[in-house]
Design a binder for this molecule. Structure first.
Ligand SMILES: [Zn+2]
Length: 270
């Protein structure tokens, strides 16, 4: 029986977890989310208007229990970076078999990636592009390219299938105005379904890194065709500051320096 840990219960995250808990091999989920449901969330969220003003997390727990009564749910109502909750978050992740990231702010994605790496947990990330024109689904595995490697690759190559891209749709939370058009519920559900499938692959022990982009619309100058999967061959960036410097190496820098200084001073007879 598997334990899934997920951060984010926005429109995408709620749909992903809704699909996943119907697989009875998942016996336990830990959910991390700090927000209340707001009226503007309703057009894209599974939760109904009765839940407006209430905790997304507690409303989600009720929703999920209705669908899988035997599911054990651990709720952590907090931002991922909340210093007071780090012990609880680490404990939950340590006990988990795989993770799902469904947040849209970059800082939280990097933080999640770091937590997953520290505990050696495979995880998936879904990203709906602005305007719902398509979306990415990534699977990260221990020892493989990390989220920073993927970002660095995407900035270099771009996600497009045509050469002249203007707005940076590779960054779903980017600053380009065109990149902030809300996605439709249908687009969010489409990418959430693919995200859930990629996560179920982990459950089936298909633990391989992968990243792909699925255009959901034909967009002049961006995607020449809709529904044509674009495989993104992210490789490990040997200069990645995140995954190519182990935490031990960083922690040992001082020790190494002291050792070297000692050797030098010994050698010089000081
Ligand atoms: Zn990396």
């Amino acid at each position: 029986m598997a334990h899934l840990v997920q951060v984010g219960l926005g429109s995408g995250g709620m749909s992903v977890i809704d699909m996943l808990v119907r697989d009875l091999r998942i016996s336990k989920v830990t959910l991390i989310e700090p927000d209340l449901l707001k009226p503007h969330n309703l057009p894209r969220h599974l939760l109904s208007s009765d839940n407006v003003g209430k905790s997304k997390l507690l409303s989600a727990v009720k929703w999920l229990k209705d669908r899988n009564a035997n599911l054990e749910i651990v709720s952590i109502e907090a931002f991922l970076q909340d210093p007071d909750k780090q012990e609880q978050i680490h404990k939950a992740i340590k006990d988990a078999n795989f993770g799902v990231c469904a947040v849209d702010n970059e800082e939280a994605k990097y933080q999640w990636c770091s937590l997953m790496r520290q505990h050696g947990i495979p995880w998936t990330l879904g990203e709906v592009l602005s305007g719902g024109i398509g979306g990415f689904v990534h699977t990260f595995v221990p020892g493989g390219p990390c989220y920073a490697c993927a970002c660095s690759y995407l900035k270099r190559e771009g996600p497009k299938d045509s050469k002249d891209l203007e707005p940076d749709y590779s960054n779903p939370s980017g600053q380009v105005e065109e990149a902030r058009i809300p996605a439709s519920f249908a687009s969010i559900q489409s990418i959430a379904s693919l995200h859930a499938l990629a996560t179920l692959d982990l459950l089936d022990a298909k633990i391989v890194p992968s990243s792909f982009l699925l255009p959901l619309q034909k967009v002049e100058g961006i995607f020449s065709e809709s529904l044509k999967k674009i495989v993104v061959n992210v490789s490990k960036n040997e200069n990645c500051l995140f995954c190519c410097r182990s935490t031990e190496v960083v922690a040992d820098v001082d020790d190494l320096l002291q050792k070297k200084l000692k050797e030098l001073s010994g050698g010089l007879g000081l």
